[in-house]
Structure formats: structure tokens, C-alpha cells
Design a protein around this ligand. Structure first.
Ligand code: SF4
Length: 434
């Protein structure tokens, strides 16, 4: 079957997909109930050029907070569409459908019983239709339900199969205001999942729904940007993707320029199909993003094993050799071709985070930088953290205010310890296993 329909939902005033410009979005890491704090962050994000802003909406109370935030932003003339981020509570999704411009859900989490989850999902579609609210079906590699993994394993195919089931229901309900994401922290899994889904929508489903691209738990700094540029850039370079989020464990406002740089790099021909063989960059961030978009896809697909920086420049000068080598190590690791440093998996934090994630993550990185090849996750909350840690060897997961639980693989081994002692205990745990 050839796709007969190209869907482009409209979130608030903004069309997504269908050939419209690629949108760059971000997410508040404030508590949504902290109205003033969230407003301040939304204002900064809007000023930085965010096309959409997402806020954590755990329950009905946060839906009301979201309503207040939206009203005040609109009164100030800021009309950036707001997205409610729902994980489990179908009732929160239903309430948010009357408030938010778009609701992000993982419908498989609505209920343990699949039939109940389907019924809630159909109810949500009806309400979204009435209210002209778009939805995003966001399935992450780490949050696949048992029903799917028992059949397909935790694979890109499983991610594709899981989401196609929900998309068929959207088509049955004649609801097309849908965006889809299939994120993973592993760039190979992420790229493969989106490619499979795109092909299934084009060849089997009869409708191409717009795709929201992102690499989850990408971390921060150079590594976070490089991993995101590899995953997102590979797909954008193939014409796949309509809106993107660069998830960084940093001030979320920083996600906007990073996202814009990826979009601009692809538009300027920095992709395997773009016709360039070296990078002309304005500064270091511009260089790592352009170079990751240019060489990352071929490394990821094992079409090349290495790349040359000859002829590449930053601000008109050749790339310094030591910086070039450091970048080479980071890019090869982001493409999962060669592991020369610890592999960090860190969520960006959101309204569920109850500790200073960014400084903790930086401290964990500083104290574990010698552990090449060890995969260490630093996650903001126990609600999603353990599931989203992917294949981490060790996990540092926030559990309530000021407390942390340490994991070996997926198993909690040191529970609910004060944050002040958690990094020392993490180091002890890793050392005891070596
Ligand atoms: S793991 Fe928890 S704190 Fe981190 S982004 Fe996901 S929901 Fe938010």
C-alpha cells in the first residue's frame, strides 16, 4: 500500500510535519506547580525561539497549574504551544486534553489490562477531537510493555510494532492530529526504530504521521550534543523527522540553540547525501554538530570506520589536533563503534526531579571519568528512571526529596540513601565489582 495521507497536526497555532519547517522544542525541568518558576522558564524558552514547550503533568493538580501557566503566558502575548507530559494517568491525559495544545502520552501505560488502555485511548482521541488538541504517542525504548517485549524483545522492531497498533486505532477513529516518537538512548536502536516506523507508515499504514525525533538520556556538554546530532541528524538527513528535541542535562533553554544547529547543519549539506567532505564551523559547538551530522550516519551504519579532519576548520583555522582527537573519541562512542570513555546515560530532568540533577551528574562524571567502558546512569526519578536507564551497568536514581537509590543493572541494591553520601557509595559499589 502506498501512503495516501500525510498528517500534519496543529498544536495551538503551529503545524507539525506535512512539509512545514522542522520545529525545535524543549521541556521545563521545573515543578509545574511552581507557577512562577515555570513561567520564568517558559519565557526564557520562548525568547530563545522554542517552537513548543512541554511541562510535566503527573496528575489533575498539575493540569490546573498548566492552565494557570498558559493563561498567564497568553496574557503576556507568548503564544508558544504548551504540551502536557503524561506518563501513566489516563485521567490526567483526559483533563489535559481540554487545557494543553498537545498531550504527550504512552497509551500502553494507561492500564495494565490492554483492553482498558485501548478504551481510555479512544476516549482521549474523542476528547482531543472536540477540543482540537493534538497528541504525541511517545514510546521509549525503556518503557515498552511486557506484552510487546515478550513477543519481539526490547528491539527497534518492538518499538515500531507497539506504536503501529495505536496508530491503527487513530485511523479507525479518524483522528490524524498525531505525532509519534520512538526515542532511545542507544543511537543505533533509535535510528533503526524510526526507520522501521517510517517505512511501515509509508508502505503499510496508508498514512505518514509526523515524527518527533530525540535521543533520550543523552547527557550534557559535548557528549550530549554529539549523541543527539548523530541520532537526529542521521534521520533528518534522510528526510525523516518533523520536530526535534535535544535532551540535555543542562538548563533546558540550551536545548533550543543545539536543536537549531542540527537543523541548520542538515540544511547546509552536512549529511552523507549533502555533498560535503569537510566542516567549516564558526565555533566549537557548531563544529561538533556539523561534523556529527556529516560523519555520524556513516559510522552508525558501519559504512566507514573512521574519518579525516583534513580541510575542516573552526573560525577559519584548522581544528587543533588534540581537540580533533577528543572529538573523534566522542563521535565513535556516540555511534557505538569504539568505547574509550565511560558511557553516561542521564535524563534531562523534569518536574519529577527532586534534586539538583545537573550538578550531581557533573560530579558523577568527574569522579568516574577513569572508568572507560562502564555505563553509568544518572536519573531524576524512580517513576521512569529505572525503566529508562537502558543497558546501564549502574544507576543513580533520585527517590523522593534528597534521597537516592543505587542500582546494579536493573536491580536496586542500595536503597534510599541520603544524596550527600550517594556518589561515594556508587564509587564503592563499582569498585567492589571490579
Ligand atoms: S527519568 Fe524521571 S526525572 Fe528524568 S526526565 Fe524522565 S520522568 Fe523526568
Amino acid at each position: 500500500m502506498v501512503a495516501r495521507n500525510i498528517s500534519f497536526p496543529i498544536a495551538g497555532r503551529v503545524p507539525i510535519g506535512g512539509g512545514h519547517p522542522i520545529l525545535v522544542q524543549t521541556m521545563c525541568n521545573t515543578s509545574t506547580d511552581d507557577i512562577d518558576g515555570s513561567l520564568a522558564q517558559c519565557r526564557a524558552m520562548a525568547a530563545a525561539g522554542a517552537d513548543l514547550i512541554r511541562l510535566t503533568t503527573q496528575g489533575i493538580k498539575q493540569v490546573d497549574s498548566l492552565r494557570q501557566i498558559k493563561e498567564r503566558l497568553r496574557a503576556e502575548g507568548i503564544d508558544t504551544p504548551l504540551v502536557a507530559d503524561i506518563h501513566f494517568l489516563a485521567d490526567a491525559a483526559l483533563a489535559a486534553a481540554t487545557v494543553a495544545d498537545k498531550v504527550r502520552i504512552n497509551p500502553g501505560n494507561f492500564a495494565k489490562e490492554h483492553a482498558v488502555a485501548c478504551a481510555k485511548f479512544r476516549e482521549l482521541l474523542a476528547l482531543c477531537k472536540q477540543n482540537s488538541t493534538a497528541i504525541r504517542i511517545g514510546l521509549n525504548h525503556g518503557s515498552l510493555g511486557e506484552r510487546i517485549t515478550q513477543r519481539y524483545g526490547a528491539t527497534p522492531l518492538a518499538m515500531k510494532e507497539a506504536v503501529v497498533e495505536w496508530l491503527k486505532m487513530c485511523i479507525e477513529e479518524d483522528f490524524y492530529d498525531v505525532v509519534v516518537s520512538l526515542k532511545a538512548s542507544n543511537t543505533i536502536v533509535m535510528v533503526e526504530a524510526y526507520r522501521l516506523l517510517y517505512a511501515a507508515m509509508r508502505d503499510d499504514l496508508g498514512c505518514i504521521f509526523p515524527l518527533h525525533l530525540g535521543v533520550t538520556e543523552a547527557g550534557n556538554g559535548d557528549e550530549g550534543r554529539i549523541k543527539s546530532a548523530v541520532g537526529i541528524g542521521t534521520l533528518l538527513g534522510e528526510g525523516i523527522g518533523d520536530t526535534i528535541r535535544v535532551s540535555l542535562t543542562e538548563n533546558p533553554v540550551n536545548e533550543i540553540p543545539a536543536g537549531r544547529q542540527i537543523v541548520a547543519a542538515i540544511a547546509a549539506g552536512y549529511s552523507p547525501r549533502g555533498g560535503r567532505s569537510c566542516v567549516e564551523a564558526d565555533d566549537w559547538n557548531d563544529f561538533i554538530i556539523k561534523a556529527s551530522c556529516l560523519w555520524g550516519p556513516s559510522l552508525l551504519d558501519k559504512k566507514i570506520d573512521d574519518f579525516s579532519l583534513e580541510g575542516s576548520t573552526i573560525g577559519g583555522a584548522p581544528v587543533p589536533a588534540s581537540d580533533g582527537e577528543r572529538f573523534r573519541d566522542m563521535l565513535l562512542q556516540a555511534c557505538r563503534r569504539r568505547f574509550t570513555r565511560p558511557e553516561y546515560i542521564a535524563c534531562p530532568g523534569c518536574g519529577r526531579t527532586l534534586y539538583d540533577l545537573e550538578s550531581t551528574f557533573n560530579e558523577v562524571k568527574r569522579r568516574t571519568s577513569h572508568l572507560a567502558g562502564v555505563k553509568i546512569a544518572v536519573m531524576g526519578c524512580v517513576v521512569n528512571g529505572p525503566g529508562e536507564m537502558a543497558d546501564a551497568d549502574y544507576g543513580y536514581v533520585g527517590e523522593g526529596r534528597g534521597h537516592v537509590t543505587l542500582y546494579r543493572g536493573k536491580t536496586p541494591v542500595i536503597r534510599y540513601i541520603p544524596q550527600e553520601e550517594a556518589i561515594d557509595r556508587l564509587l564503592e559499589l563499582i569498585e567492589s565489582d571490579r
